[in-house]
Design a protein around this ligand. Structure first.
Ligand code: ATP
Ligand code: MN
Ligand code: MN
Length: 301
């Protein structure tokens, strides 16, 4: 008898005390994936996801009826998520203080999924020290007509420019159209200095090659170019977190990759919620050892 096809690796599912209701509800109508499938995925990747997501203010994209129905961004909450989701009081521009969400552990992640969360976005700083960012993100947003190849080349150029300033960086597939170039920071400088650095860096790269890049959000200036979205690096802004699912067709996920393999990856939608076992194996393998980790203060620019 023929041997069975090699099973797609299976990952362990850590046990959470959170009950997921309506696990059979289809939340990705295009491929039939359910709330239960997402919950299983998040539980599986929790050991590799929590180091990035835990203990920092988060915003959630919640889609209680699935990704194709109404979704909303949520950053504050006074308690409806239950005891497993925590709050950190953060001062707003208008002087008021608001309870921002954060999670500490698997139960926190699962409580968010139970509340209809599909995407996890995070601040660039941690709950214990919100004013001092521990990472920069340059979010590369290509104009419609551009190829993934163009985005890859752009990310590699950014990596080189950052390295010229002594900064190590790491690529993350967004699970959407682009890539985020992540730069870990030693939390020292506060938001105004970090934002100013990101702004000046993005503008310098765009000024050197204006036919390829723009550092302004305007859609008109983006035609045929890649927008270096440096605005993720201001107080209160968020970026999608590693291993978060995306509320888009295909149930793709944001995924850390190494620079060594980056050029060979054929699409930013390379991984989905069905790839937990592969993502875990990769995260624990040699290629991603040290991903996102570097002790480096903001340089002068
Ligand atoms: P893609 O690769 O398709 O661009 P992306 O995650 O980078 O995926 P963007 O639209 O470029 O998507 O947004 C970058 C980040 O900005 C998001 O990850 C999110 O954290 C934040 N963001 C986007 N839209 C909103 C919004 N409506 N409210 C708050 N933050 C947002
Ligand atoms: Mn983007
Ligand atoms: Mn963007």
């Amino acid at each position: 008898t023929p041997e069975a096809a090699p099973a797609r690796g299976k990952a362990e599912v850590p046990t959470s005390s959170i009950k997921i209701t309506n696990p059979d509800r289809v939340i990705f109508p295009e491929d039939g994936a359910t709330k239960g499938d997402l919950a299983t995925y998040i539980a599986q990747v929790s050991p590799i996801m929590l180091p990035w997501v835990a203990n920092r203010p988060i915003s959630l994209v919640r889609c209680p009826q699935g990704r194709a129905k109404q979704c909303f961004f949520q950053k504050h909450d006074a308690g409806s998520f239950g005891d497993h989701v925590d709050h950190v009081d953060i001062r707003e521009k208008d002087g008021s203080t608001q309870p921002y969400l954060y999670v500490r552990d698997l139960d926190g992640l699962m409580a968010c999924v139970q509340m209809g969360t599909i995407e996890f976005h995070g601040w660039g700083s941690r709950a214990e020290d919100v004013e001092r960012p521990d990472r920069l993100v340059f979010d590369l947003d290509p104009d419609e007509g551009l190829d993934w190849k163009d985005v890859q080349r752009a990310a590699e150029d950014l990596k080189r420019h950052l390295a010229d300033m002594g900064l190590a960086s790491f690529p993350m597939l967004s699970g959407g159209k682009g890539v985020h170039v992540v730069v870990p920071l030693t939390p020292q400088a506060e938001w105004p200095a970090v934002k100013s650095f990101a702004d000046r860096f993005a503008r310098a790269v765009a000024a050197a090659e204006p036919e390829r890049f723009t550092a302004t959000m305007s859609k008109a200036k983006r035609v045929g170019r890649i927008f270096i979205d440096w605005l993720r690096n201001q107080r209160g802004a968020t970026a999608v977190m590693p291993y978060s699912a995306r509320a888009r067709p295909g149930a793709h996920v944001a995924a850390p990759v190494s620079w060594a393999e980056f050029g060979d990856i054929e699409t930013p939608k390379r991984f989905s919620i069905h790839d937990a076992a592969e993502l875990i194996e990769r995260a624990n393998g040699r290629g991603l050892a040290g991903w996102g980790i570097a002790d480096q203060p903001l340089p002068d620019l």
